[in-house]
Design a protein. Structure first.
Length: 248
């Protein structure tokens, strides 16, 4: 079974479609764990209405205090019971055969840590044609200069990886920090080069996005990876080039 963990925060505009999208997956052996992070909109009501109509393996965890996506995902991990754990952000879109193809890939390769290619979408999740291709294998040093692993494409096999190591820290870019920690411990990330997810990009200032991304990656180099300034500059150069090409 696949345990699908979805952090929810003020996602009322998306969450019904997200739930129905999971229910429409061609792979049927799943449980959906929605963790509401003290939303101030009507996300909880929307979820409860959909759950009552679907009557499937859908659980809602309601947090009283907003603690961020990392804490919400960790709560979902702790509540999971499936062999596989997959992450999905509430505003992203999975193709209907995503789970079927990724579970087959995980079983065929014996991967403990898997991810796949994805496509950028606009604020309405319309595909833009900009696809980020997953490399066959990604190791720690390679990952430092290419943030190619997107959260909504990740799957873990809990029979092959320690559950504790996949919990996310409370830091900026907690997902990337988690992938680096796992890879640094000796695991490899196995990539399926098939586009199975659309990454919805909200309409924000491009310059604002760039500055935030630069701050986050520098923080990760210095505080998570523990790199020197010179090492950080080296990997930052590779990251900047790849990040630019990815968006062209």
């Amino acid at each position: 079974m696949v345990s699908i963990v979805v952090p929810v925060y003020n996602a009322a505009n998306y969450i019904e479609n997200t739930i129905r999208m999971v229910c429409a997956q061609t792979y049927k052996d799943w449980e959906l764990i929605l963790v509401d992070d003290a939303s101030s909109d009507n996300s909880v009501q929307v979820i409860e209405d959909v759950i009552s109509s679907q009557k499937k393996r859908i659980r809602l965890i309601k947090k009283d205090v907003n603690a961020g996506a990392a804490a919400a995902r960790n709560a979902g991990i702790d509540a999971s019971s499936g062999r596989f754990i997959a992450f999905l952000d509430a505003d992203d879109v999975w193709k209907e055969d995503k789970l079927e193809k990724q579970v087959e890939f995980m079983e065929r390769t014996g991967a403990a840590f898997g991810f796949h290619s994805y496509e950028f979408g606009d604020e309405k999740a319309n595909p833009t044609g900009k696809i980020v291709h997953a490399p066959k294998v990604l190791r720690y040093r390679q990952a430092l200069s290419r943030t190619v692993i997107f959260t909504s494409t990740v799957m873990f096999d809990t029979e092959k990886i320690d559950m504790e190591i996949i919990h996310m820290p409370q830091v900026p870019s907690e997902d990337t920090a988690t992938w680096w920690r796992i890879l640094k411990s000796g695991y490899e990330a196995h990539g399926l080069d098939e586009n199975l997810t659309i990454y919805r990009r909200p309409a924000k200032s491009l310059s604002s996005n760039k500055m935030e991304a630069i701050y986050r990656i520098w923080f990760l180099y210095r505080n998570i990876a523990g790199l020197s300034v010179l090492e950080s500059l080296f990997y930052f150069g590779g990251w900047a080039v790849r990040a630019t090409l990815r968006r062209l």
